[in-house]
Write a protein of this length. Sequence first.
Length: 160
Amino acid sequence: MDLLKTIVQQLPYVYPFLFVDELTHVDEQGCEGFYTFKKDEYFYQGHFENHPVTPGVILTECMAQIGVVCLGVFLIGQNVSQSGSVSSRTVSKAENEGQTSFVFSESNVLFEKAVYPGEKVKVISTKKYWRLGKLKCRVEMYNEAGDRVCSGELSGIISN
């Protein structure tokens, strides 16, 4: 099976809280993926009445899932050390289930444009550091026009 699809399958999220449609690139330095905000997402019902806009916390979650958690699953599966050396290994779903956990410890996000129902976004992350189970990344989100809609630094504790 394709490594990128395997990584998405390893994520500890399911509908309606999975904000990754496709992972298109991953390596030891970062990753890239896409998500389309469906017009019937549950959060549009109240945010905002007659003018639905994707909440910032959901944009941050999408950035975190693609930019940090997908990268973390890859780094753990590849046994990437903080020095950058790689020992390739695929983490199976059964092996990952109940063992790998992700706890977000920090976010600093700047919101620049709104994201509306039906919009497809691209998330790009660049690893700042990965050590002692903590992964910190610079993450940016772009709309289909190529405009940056938000960016920032996200980090989390990843363990298995």
